[in-house]
Design a protein around this ligand. Structure first.
Ligand code: DGP
Length: 115
């Protein structure tokens, strides 16, 4: 999508600290990191939010994104102490970029519940 910030990062039009990419997903550092490791894992194809990942293709995509995030967490050395994967959906959750993204947070003790 031409006016989507994360699509522009996928296309290389906006710079980002890219950590890993696959054919279906891209992981890069969040510009406003809330933890020592704070990455965003996004599909390379535009999907607005988790609620829009529907049907067999949506299920496959969500599975691949989650597996990709877990793989990166291991590579970032987060397996031993743990980490959090979260996706904000819609206004009440504070979603600010309408391109599906998993936040991968780790490297410190995370509090629960989130605000
Ligand atoms: P959310 O609030 O769940 O929609 O998360 C969006 C995240 O995207 C937020 O933590 C900040 C991050 N972000 C916004 N703009 C940029 C950008 O231009 N580059 C990078 N790397 N991250 C961004």
């Amino acid at each position: 999508m031409a006016d989507c910030l994360f699509c522009r990062i996928v296309a290389g039009e906006i710079p980002a600290a890219i950590v890993k990419r696959s054919d279906a997903a891209l992981a890069f550092r969040d510009i406003d990191a809330k933890a020592p490791v704070h990455l965003l894992v996004i599909p390379t194809k535009h999907v607005a939010a988790v609620r829009d990942a529907k049907g067999a293709d949506g299920e496959r995509l969500l599975g691949r994104l989650l597996a990709f995030a877990a793989e990166i967490a291991a590579e970032q050395g987060l397996d031993r102490d743990g980490y959090r994967i979260v996706t904000n959906t819609g206004r009440n959750a504070g979603q600010s970029v309408d391109h599906l993204h998993l936040h991968l947070l780790g490297g410190r003790k995370l509090t629960w519940p989130p605000g």
